[in-house]
Write a protein that binds this ligand. Sequence first.
Ligand code: NAD
Length: 289
Amino acid sequence: MSRTLAAKPRSAALADEAARLVAQTLAARGGKPPVLAAVIATEEVDALIYTEQLLKQAAAAGLAVKKISLAATAGDAEISATLKRLSDDSDVAGIILQSPLPSGVDRAHVVAAIDPSKDVDGATAANAARLAAGDLDGTLLPATAAAVLELLRAHEIPLEGRRAVVVGRSSVVGRPVAQLLTLAGATVQVVHSKTPDMGAITRTAQILVVAAGVRGLVRGEHVAPGCVVVDVGIHADGDRIVGDVDAESVSAAVGETGALSPVPGGVGPMTNAILVLQAAQAAARHAAA
Ligand code: NAD
């Protein structure tokens, strides 16, 4: 059996750090808590539950939380106007636009209405450009991608000089994970839905990050012994949540010298901890400005 890359205790330490920053900010704002706002335009139950959990964690860190629920039929104009209003509100320190969006809405177009200094999920072109330029200083990162790196660091997985493979190239997860791993000194290859023979490449990985959105895509035959595997996938399976990795066969194949992040308990809770921390950091920067 492989080592388990759990989010705890690091995610709890990040929550403490967020609470400490918010407390400092409160003093600077005369006791008025900064707001984390989540805009949600879906009726998908999983997304609604997820947003409630995230806002609960933000409230536990001392942030005021605001949920703005739009109809699942909302269009670009209404979503953009909502994000612009929150961007202009000096009490709002962080803004999250929850997925999925109504069909036909162009995510890249609407996120342009988010003030980059409040973009706590690193969704805007301005923050993506800073990451692409290798400027991590104060940059708000895509939270899930940042969570993958945080999980690897929390478990002291060396990155410099390692061969890493990322499955998936979305702007939300795969691409920023590849950029962050490269900045950390790994040699990175990205595979995606058009890659022939994914296994030939994933078997060369010392670190494998899987963000394909396909349940159980990566199995034991796709990994080498000793590989460290991070599973970003989230799929509801009745009462359970499973990932993009077939945990049983992959855990056996990577063996005792390898590792696997659990689903649930891995990237998911670390992502929430990063979102709340980035909101607290954004609030602290606003209060100091
Ligand atoms: P996406 O659908 O936007 O992108 C999926 C990527 O995987 C694409 O680049 C595609 O080319 C690639 N892909 C699809 N099928 C493939 C295949 N058969 N072989 C190789 N590559 C393939 O998804 P996303 O938003 O990047 O999310 C990926 C997964 O991560 C989903 O399961 C999602 O639910 C999960 N997710 C988890 C968190 C979290 O906090 N843990 C956050 C965001 C997304």
